[in-house]
Design a protein around this ligand. Sequence first.
Ligand SMILES: [Zn+2]
Length: 386
Amino acid sequence: MHGAIRLGRILGVPIGVNYTWFIALWVLAWSLAAAYYPARFPGFPASTYWTMGLASTILLFASVIIHELGHAVAARRYGIRTRSIILFLFGGVAQIARDPPTPRAELVVAAAGPLTSLALGGLFAITHPLAAGSALGAIIAYLAWVNAGLAGFNLIPGFPLDGGRMLRALIWRATGSLERATLIASRTGQVVAMLLIAAGVIRAFTGSGIGGLWLILLGWFMDTGAQGSYQQALLREALGKVRVGDIMTREVHTIDPGLTLDQAVADYFLPHKHGGFPVVWGDRLLGVITLHDVRDVPRERRATATVRDAMTPLSRLRTVRPSASAYDAFVRMAQDGIGRLLVTDPDGSLIGILTRSDLLHMMRMRVELEETSAERTAATSARRPP
Ligand SMILES: [Zn+2]
């Protein structure tokens, strides 16, 4: 949970809030207490409006968490874990550990959120008559509408909204290609984002400054998400069929565990300019030593402390098999924020190293090769007689 404050767990899923959520909390509570409730339900004292505003905002975010838990419970049915549910400025996100395996699973997981919100909205609508006319009744009516709105907004068919995921699942089923489905769904997501931004600009110029700004920010956020998944689909297409073993660096400078840190710096870090070296004894990989590990040892101890003392042991390292796909390796590097993965055989011996620059090099090669063959096709078709 990067940049999030942890609140606790519900159904085994860690729940957290991003700091931007506090902005949403106050803006929403304030606009409900100062504008919405006094206009719709006049006659209560100001303190009551503030209680109503705060209570509705908290219950609104509880509704968002329940929506995300809908996704999480559906994902669990397909054996997919939900890493966390995070509330932020625009609502919530359930971070599920991987993409659903089939179009059907994707459809069910995506639809589960809006369906949960619809059910919750229905529940509030049914209980509303019991408290009609009171402050509690006003809150219940608000929550009924807001849950219906949550379902409706999320059903808009633009990625990364739930409706966009459902669209992606349907195209995926029709074409059999997850990549193409993702490309189309993220393109529609970008169109929806542009429409939101346009609507926001119009609203801002016709008097509703805050509402307009909100829509612009929401559109911008959606556009970023859609572009991200578009690029991810391109990457998956480029890297998905390549094996780690085909692009890894086989020539690896390894280092002896018995060397002192001063020797390691003089003989390895200075001449080879790498940031880290695998520590190998005989055939066995023991760990990795980086410049960072060396720096953690006080200078006066570096003449006696050995590489083995300072290294990061194998048990704390991420390794990858040569048969893994380059895309999986890329995702792992990105998730852990690391620049290299050690490639090991099933028996644990080191056979190579995969770095971010290996991946970039392969991508660049593919792009250049495709451009040349596209140019050649264009040239041949131009030469063809009419
Ligand atoms: Zn959702």
